[in-house]
Design a protein around this ligand. Structure first.
Ligand code: SAM
Length: 419
């Protein structure tokens, strides 16, 4: 993944320096992250990579290495960053070091941190500062004699990762975020969810019709409470409502809506949150009858609930019937998403569910040709699953971005049979 050649702006290490670096990597692996730009080109760490490659070629086992992937606005900023990085580590004359110390103090670094970075003691840092006249130089000089802006690495959008797979994900996230990337260090998962939000925001900029139709489907851009649908006309509702605190009242309205539009004895299957599940269940019971709780096991993906220190590996779904339940087929109450199926692409909806388990629900709750409704389509997972299983679909979403995503998914026939 890592691209070379790269930004080697300072003189090569001397032979003894390189030999000592290689011995250190042989003993401890690459400890200092390799710095990459937004194209995957190496900004810093050529010697570490070269040493690692040589060790691998010599038959040694050297573990994968940490990387920082950064996105820069301009080449100038990038070069400034590379110079600043290198000058802080080696070949520093006294004057160069004093300038760098002053610069780092200008960036509000503590004496201790500067001393640690430069490998000197704090007394030296203080002495350099007393003699400093040029606090916080805004440029650094390259070997070509030109001046480049000295960037503050923390102010560039950056992601720290530990493997080539994550490096590819980090590059993709920074690419998708583009200028929306916040100028700071980000965790990979956070950067990816921000990339999905940015992608959804781009879908929101599209115009969507109030009603869109295919041969076996209809999508409306509206609040589900305003959806145009006949009473007692729906064979199953399969949905994934919002689970935030302010969305709790939706479960009461969903209960009333489902009781009105479902055929008597038919089922609503709703994914629900776990933190507020008792209240969601109480509200669903206002107009429907409780039938069962099922779960989808999310393999390869889980949710950390920090408030309770719980690692969640399943998502519950609730079954409620309109009036007395009339069972028509056996229902398996634990569905297992295939490995990685819940992993989202960066163009996917932030809350997109895995399609496989929804297809199973469609098969268990309805017969071919019957009508499935999802009042919260999001990216259209239930729509795609329903059509792929040969049923008819109607759905809506209040968010134009979600409707645009769903229409794209259906019209492109991306997943399953769309028309
Ligand atoms: C959890 S997401 C659904 C994700 C979907 N299952 C998927 O796989 O992409 C919930 C969706 O409900 C929509 N929504 C929230 N309130 C709504 C309302 N009152 N009427 C219709 N849609 C609503 C949100 O815009 C969001 O797209």
């Amino acid at each position: 993944m890592t691209k070379r050649p790269s930004y080697q702006l300072l003189p090569d290490l001397s032979d003894p320096e390189y030999a000592s670096l290689k011995a250190d990597i042989a003993a401890h692996g690459v400890q200092v992250p390799i710095e990459l730009d937004e194209t995957g080109a190496v900004l810093d760490g050529h010697n570490r990579l070269r040493a690692r490659d040589e060790l691998l070629a010599e038959g040694m086992k050297v573990p994968d290495y940490p990387r920082v992937v950064r996105r820069f606005k301009s080449r100038e900023e990038k070069v400034g960053h590379v110079l600043a990085l290198n000058l802080s580590r080696r070949h520093l004359s006294r004057t160069q070091r004093a300038e760098l110390v002053a610069h780092l103090r200008g960036e509000k670094w503590s004496h201790r941190r500067i001393a640690a970075v430069l490998g000197v003691d704090e007394i030296t840092v203080r002495r350099d500062l007393r003699g400093a006249t040029n606090v916080a130089p805004s440029t650094v000089e390259g070997r070509d004699g030109r001046n480049y802006p000295a960037t503050r690495a923390e102010a560039t959008p950056s992601i720290v990762v530990g493997s080539s797979r994550d490096e590819a994900r980090a590059l993709k996230a920074l690419d998708t975020l583009g200028d929306d990337a916040p100028g700071r260090l980000l965790q990979l998962g956070r950067a990816e969810s921000k990339a999905r939000e940015a992608s959804l925001a781009r879908y929101r900029a599209r115009e969507v019709p109030k009603v869109s139709k295919g041969r076996r489907w209809r999508i409306e851009h509206c609040d589900f409470r305003d959806l145009n649908i006949a009473d007692h006309s729906v064979d199953a509702i399969i949905c994934d409502p919002p689970y935030t605190d302010d969305a709790i009242p939706i479960f009461s309205d969903l209960s009333e809506f489902a009781a009105r539009v479902l055929k008597p004895g038919r089922l609503l299957a709703a994914y629900c949150g776990k933190l507020r599940q008792p209240e969601e269940m109480a509200r669903l019971a206002e107009h429907l009858e409780y039938v069962w709780i099922g779960a989808t096991v999310l393999r390869g993906r889980h949710t950390k609930v920090h408030v309770h220190k719980i690692n969640g590996w399943h998502r519950p779904w609730l079954l409620y019937s309109a009036g007395r339940y009339k069972p028509r087929a056996w229902i398996k109450d634990t569905l297992i998403a295939s490995e990685g199926a819940g992993e989202k692409g960066l163009d996917d909806h932030p809350w997109q569910q895995a399609e496989g388990p929804i297809r199973e629900l469609v098969r268990m709750l309805t017969l071919p040709g019957e009508l499935v409704l999802d009042p919260f389509v999001g990216s259209g997972t239930t729509a795609a699953a329903t059509l792929a299983e040969g049923r008819r679909f109607v759905g809506c979403d209040i968010d134009p971005g979600a409707v645009a995503m769903t229409l794209e998914r259906l019209e492109a026939g991306k997943r399953g049979e769309a028309r």
